[in-house]
Design a protein around this ligand. Sequence first.
Ligand SMILES: [Mn+2]
Length: 335
Amino acid sequence: MPNNPKDKKFFPNSGAAFSDFLKTVRGGKFAVAGHMRPDGDCIGSQVAMAFLLRKFGAESVVCINKHEVPFLYKDFICGETFLPADDFCDKSFEIITVDCADLKRTSENLSALFPTPAACFDHHVSNKPYARANIIEPSATATGALLAGLMFDNNIDFPPEIANALYVALMMDTRQLTTSNTDLRSFEIASRLVEAGADPAEVSIKLYQREKFGRMKLLAEFLQSLEMHFGGRVCVGVLPCGVYERTGSCKEDSDGLVDYARNIDGVEVAALLEELPEGGVKGSLRSKRPETRVNEIAALFGGGGHFAAAGFNSGKPLAEFYPEFLKAVAQHLKI
Ligand SMILES: [Mn+2]
């Protein structure tokens, strides 16, 4: 083991592909594409990639996404131009994707117009290589962690605002370094990013202290609706029709509400059952641990997802669906 930890490479297996890719950048025109409904890892990675391309001599660089940069991340785009993917058709540009396991995740338009991107940087285990250069590290906890690691490995300097964008990427995909895949390397990269100028306290204020009043009112209604079942092992909350209008919130504000139910001590399965205006129920499921496999409960109702986070839609009215759902959960948990 080298004495100086900085001699250690974060991503030795991708080093050669990364160097080869950088040699192709000079003079090129690049559109850095992220996935639809972009998250913090996507935006932070796009911004860092745009910086890198320009640093290595790209003539023109833009960022493109199907959906707009979410309000939370607008402070971290470092002056980059984000264009709507549905309108982008300039074939003098090459596409580089970040954080997209599948080219279709960019947009229908882009995947049809640019079937073979110049490069793909990703950390999804499901990624099937679709670009000319595929730099994929499934053990990286964020695409931003992969990009940061590759830049550290190659002694590529970047300014504090890029360190901040990459830090945001890492924090969002690891839920502030707490997800089950968070490893020592994630902490080391976070530490190097702070050394490069990332500001954890400022990032934390900008990401976690910007709640909207309407969302807080929605949360209050959701918490009020929580019911415990089976001795506290299952917690279910509902959002009735009209709740968004009543609280001055919107549909996106329901993201993450179900986590409050999961966070209760002793709860193994948490559910948010939302009554849809067109009829039926949208369900979001969470478990504390992946072994609980809530995706298998979701599958009973035609949905799916991950072991600890899954979802489904049912056509049945909430009052009819609720008891059926409880029965299915009890069977799954062998209660
Ligand atoms: Mn990601």
